[in-house]
Ligand binder design. Sequence first.
Ligand code: F0G
Length: 474
Amino acid sequence: MTNAAFQQCINPDCNATYSIEEVHVSCPACSAKGRNSLLDIQYDWNRTVVPKSFGFFEHRWMTKGEHGAGALDFSGVWRFRELMPFYRTEADIVTVGEGRTNLQEANMLARHLGLKPGNLFLQYEGLNPSGSFKDNGMTAAFTHARMVGAKRVACASTGNTSASLAMFASLSGMTGIVFIGSGKIAYGKLSQALDYGARTLQIQGDFDACLKRVKQIAVENPEHGIYLMNSVNPFRLEGQKSIMYRILEGLSWQIPDWIVVPGGNLGNCSAFGKAFAELKQLGLIDRIPRLAVINAQGANTLYQLYTQQGVRWNGGRYDDEKIRQFYKHMDDTNTNAHTIASAIEINRPVNLPKALRALDTMNGVVREVDDETILEHKAMVGRYGFGCEPASAASVAGAHMLLREGVISPDERVVCILTGHILKDPDATVKYHTGIDVKSVQDKAPREEPHGKMACKPIQVADDLEAIIAAINA
Ligand code: F0G
């Protein structure tokens, strides 16, 4: 199995390859020349068995539990394992039944946004065991970590990666170490890392600072024996491809017109582009949907570079100088990311080149949405019976914006990815609906009146039957 898979530098002027048994998060050949290039996992598809049609996966799902593969066939990631064949044997695979998520038709929300009923779908990734899409990638990276005998694993995180890492680390008997920015993490996510028992370091800085530090420790100083689990790890993205396979499955293998996803560190959108490029190469699909990546306005590097400055993949020879200048300006002006959607509060997305490639593969667009719009759309997603954390709602807000612009038309089929569960960040939700900042209640901070259009404020009522009935009917 392993023979078919290898690691490859994404820089077309390098293209160096490495064995799957090696641990890298960037290309060593490029590093030696002072460049930083990401790696891909690639496959020689002639040396592995690839299903000729999606009927293969359909049949596996219909007959799950009958073949003795048990857990693998129940996993929403590994039941597509022929499309990510980097493991040596099935015994390498670390799984907790991740990816058993649903594609939900959302007709009431469709009407609200101006799409025809039947044309809006929400891919509900909050249903994963740790409550976010990250489990799709962690199962793959932990599988590789087990293959190379890793004992300690680490990540920098805005919260969900750390929750997922902490869960998989305890399950697989590895030591989990997470770096989070102090005061930056939603409590739902922090509570997970603590309960799963990860060594949790609250660094005095933001996500970008945490990532720099964890890379220094795990990559620049390999003597610490720490395996890096951030999405610069190319194995993570292999697992995240499965989100796209499940969407196709949910649509009876029809191709949607649009995939809309929030953009933070840009691993997810990168994985989506790779998934579709491979499916096309394998002849399993004949058309690729368009991609919309949605940044929060306060963390909008991709929007600035792609939409405002016109930076493009350009066959891998993207305008590196423009990117360098952009970051230099950010440093010179001491600009930090800032958004209520804390999951995507990232100014230096490590997968930027791969995101440019995905936008090229999927004829993509990038937009930014402000915090108020994110919160309105989050409440809207909740009101129509789904629910998600703030960052996830950026996808729905972005789809709404693209509909208004006429980029998406009402009769196109749109899938928005709901990346994280509604319970991840209850503080943001309560604040939106009540004006109460839960974290500062003890400090007796003044309460604001909620001003959201979708606000659903709790009603204070005396313990009195008539008053209660009046309140219900008001
Ligand atoms: N939505 C949620 C809920 C997230 O947690 C993240 C990323 C994203 C969207 C953005 O995905 O990074 O692949 O572009 N959270 C990371 C973390 C950064 O540390 O949990 P991306």
